[in-house]
Design a protein. Structure first.
Ligand code: ADP
Length: 716
């Protein structure tokens, strides 16, 4: 700020100096002409009366030469531009010229000297006149005055003193006083002139700045993309710039004095405008309100308004100043984006629905494939080859089931239907379970597996889903490992109560350029077809971990191995073991149960293959069962039979499973165990079944083991 001020002062002083030198040179035509005329008159008058004619001639020549040089100098100055005139040389030369002129005038009483008193008096009068006259043209600078006055007057006074005598002494005394007063008067004139110059320059500068501001404002007003409109409290337009003409289509002439509301507001925006008006009446400025407007051609446009009330000295509102920006394109783009987002969401929804229904549809035939395969496994008369084929079918079926389950998970996550049950998960529990499930696979691949199952600590997570993610990472570490490689799992406590679980392998690794794609669904990078996989596991893992407020990542080096890590809130060295339902022991399904024979079960199922399967499974487990095709038949059948349990499909014609359960419970039969057989693995399906009055739900494909455990649970 200070440096800005100093700069401004310096600039002002420069302007003053320039003005002074201009004024000094500007006065020269008059003063030089006067000097020439006076010199000639003096010469003419003194001709024949001077003591030495040659001296008088010398004086005239000298003063003429000085005047000539100074005139040339003045002419040159007048031809210079402002910048050149500011050069200090002009000032110095002017001072020298003034001094020389003063000296010439001082020489007059010496060179033009006359013994005749009247001519002496004449010389003095001329001399005094020239001195007095110079004040007006030289007082712009104190130095120029002094340079002229001193030689001119001192030489005159000296001449008088040299002359001697009473008259000369008195005259020299009076002259000294005159010079003294002239100089002090000159000093005052100089001060006043200085002040005037300063004030004039300052005023000029201010005027120029104001003019510049007006010019800028006018330029902005005309060229801004903002429509600038002013109107009085009766809404009559008083200002309408070029942008307003362009945006609304009315010329300034057409718009002035028109009612602003009628001119550019649509009917739909009147409420909005009314609200805006109320705010203005409360002296509130309105910033960025979007209003629907109309143009001269009747087109609807959207404008963003910036409006402020104008007040008089009594703070009464006298008008409104408004600026409007046409944002129709932006608004239309926004609408288009919203529309395409909605369309994309719809397409995504359709994709999720498709995935969900496709996997649902796949579960029904899979139910038959896996179910019958399992039944066949217990056939005693099969050859070894046949048994091997059956186990191949079973493996392929299980793989397909896993894929279907993964797609279902993906669809549920995308639809936001997946619900987590967050709890403190003891690390050793998950690690032990993962170890027992993964160890046989590692053994098959001849890989060493190092999982610190005894790790003390917990994380906040969904137990089942964390296990799912870890199994995915561990099975990948096995699948993509090299012969005799190793897999290790370690846990690190990080800052802010974060636990990092790292799963490291010694496999082929992943190249750096592929790493960013690794968590994309269905992206198998460049995994060979010989390694089974779908490319969904990591995508699901990432989404699950993020839903658990965690992060997942990977570092990898080609040909050295990869390290996948999960970070979740938690702590190490704290044991909080939660009792979990122990996995049910696998029943020996090959044995038919004596007790089971006693129970009579009713099965309601409409699909012929599934009918065949469930009846065969029940028979294999030793249960006696009747089959009906829908809920209505089931209700009829139950009238004359005393069933111990009802196994029912959910989606059946006429009366479906839910209706059937509701009717049975509605009839007061609360004891009959009702178990649903559903193709949907969603938890909400189970909730729906329980709500209809059923006791439990088994998800297809139904394994013999699950069927047996469930039946035993409800029949005993
Ligand atoms: P999938 O294993 O079924 O193909 P994933 O989503 O689990 O699907 O993994 C995606 C891809 O990431 C795999 O196809 C594989 O190319 C790569 N990948 C995953 N884990 C590893 C690993 N430990 N080492 C090398 N590559 C891996």
């Amino acid at each position: 700020m200070d440096s800005q001020n100093t700069q401004a002062i310096e600039q002002l002083n420069k302007q003053i100096r320039l003005e002074e030198i201009r004024l000094l040179y500007g006065g020269t035509p008059f003063s030089y002409t006067a000097s020439v005329v006076i010199s000639l008159i003096i010469y003419y008058v003194l001709l024949g009366h001077a003591v030495s004619q040659s001296n008088l001639n010398i004086w005239l020549i000298t003063i003429s030469l000085v005047l000539l040089v100074r005139s040339i100098e003045s002419y040159r100055f007048s031809k210079c531009d402002k910048h050149e005139q500011s050069e200090p040389g002009w000032r110095v030369r002017f001072y020298i010229g003034t001094g020389a002129a003063g000296f010439c005038w001082g020489l007059l009483p010496w060179l033009g000297y006359s013994h005749e008193v009247e001519y002496l008096a004449f010389i003095m009068i001329c001399q005094v006149g020239v001195i007095a006259g110079s004040l007006s043209t030289l007082s712009y600078r104190w130095e120029t005055m002094a340079l002229f006055l001193w030689p001119a007057s001192i030489l005159l006074i000296l001449r008088l003193i040299a002359e001697g005598g009473h008259f000369s002494n008195v005259t020299s005394f009076v002259l000294s006083i005159f010079v003294f007063f002239s100089l002090s008067a000159g000093r005052r004139i100089f001060n006043n002139t200085q002040q005037n110059i300063r004030l004039r320059i300052e005023a000029d500068n201010r005027e120029r700045a104001i003019e510049l501001m007006h010019q800028k404002q006018a330029l902005h007003l005309q060229n801004t993309p903002l429509a600038i409109i002013e109107f009085d409290i009766d809404f009559n337009i008083s200002e309408w710039n070029r942008a307003a003409e362009r945006i609304f289509g009315y010329s300034k002439k057409e718009a002035l004095d028109e009612h602003v509301m009628r001119l550019i507001l649509t009917r739909d925006s009147s409420t909005e405008a009314e609200k805006l008006w109320q705010r203005l009446l409360n002296y509130e400025a309105v910033i960025g309100t979007v209003i629907e407007n109309k143009t001269k051609s009747g087109a609807t446009i959207f404008c963003e308004w910036f409006v402020t009330p104008l007040t008089d000295e009594n703070n009464d509102i006298v008008g409104i100043a408004a600026m409007a920006l046409d944002i129709t394109d932006k608004k239309q783009n926004e609408l288009a984006i919203i529309k395409s987002k909605e369309e994309a969401e719809k397409a995504n929804q359709a994709k999720s629905d498709f995935l969900s229904s496709m996997s649902h549809e796949l579960r029904t035939p899979l139910n038959a494939i896996l179910g019958f395969t399992q039944l066949l496994k217990y056939e005693k008369e099969l050859t070894r080859k046949q048994q091997s084929h059956i186990s191949e079918i079973g493996n392929a079926g299980n793989l397909l089931l896993e894929l279907v389950n993964q797609i279902l998970d993906l669809a549920r996550i995308e639809k936001g239907h997946l619900q987590l049950s967050m709890e403190q998960v003891t690390l050793s529990d998950v690690f032990k379970e993962c170890h027992s499930m993964i160890a046989p696979l590692a053994e098959q691949g001849n890989l060493s597996l190092d999982i610190k199952s005894e790790t003390d600590g917990y994380v906040i997570a969904d137990y089942t889903r964390l296990k799912q993610v870890m199994l995915n990472l561990l099975s990948n570490a096995i699948k993509y490992n090299v012969k005799n490689g190793s897999i290790s799992l370690k846990v690190i406590q990080k800052e802010n109560n974060i636990i990092r679980i790292c799963i490291k392998d010694t496999g082929q690794g992943i190249s750096e350029d592929l790493l960013p794609e690794i968590f994309q669904a269905f992206n198998r990078l460049n995994a060979t077809n010989s390694i089974e996989g779908t490319g969904i596991g990591l995508s699901i893992s990432k989404q699950l971990i993020e839903m658990m407020n965690g992060t997942i990542g990977v570092t990898s080096k080609l040909n050295e191995g990869s390290e996948f890590w999960i970070e979740l809130p938690g702590k190490l060295n704290i044991t909080t073991s939660i009792e979990r339902e122990s996995q049910p022991a696998t029943p020996d399904a090959s044995l038919t149960n004596e007790a089971a024979m006693k129970h009579n079960i009713l099965v309601a199922e409409d699909n012929p293959t599934n009918q065949n399967l469930i009846m065969s499974q029940l028979e294999a487990l030793g249960y006696k069962a009747d089959l009906v095709k829908n809920g209505q038949e089931a209700l009829n059948k139950m009238i004359n039979n005393n069933y111990k349990l009802l196994l029912t499909d959910c989606n059946m014609p006429l009366v479906d499973g839910y209706k059937l359960a509701k009717t049975i419970r509605g009839q007061g039969n609360t004891k009959l165990p009702i178990i649903a057989l559903t193709a949907d693995a969603f938890p909400e399906k189970k909730a729906q079944c329980l709500e209809a009055g059923m006791d439990d739900q088994i998800t297809k494909p139904v394994s013999l083991e699950t069927l047996q455990i469930t039946l035993e649970k409800y029949l005993n």
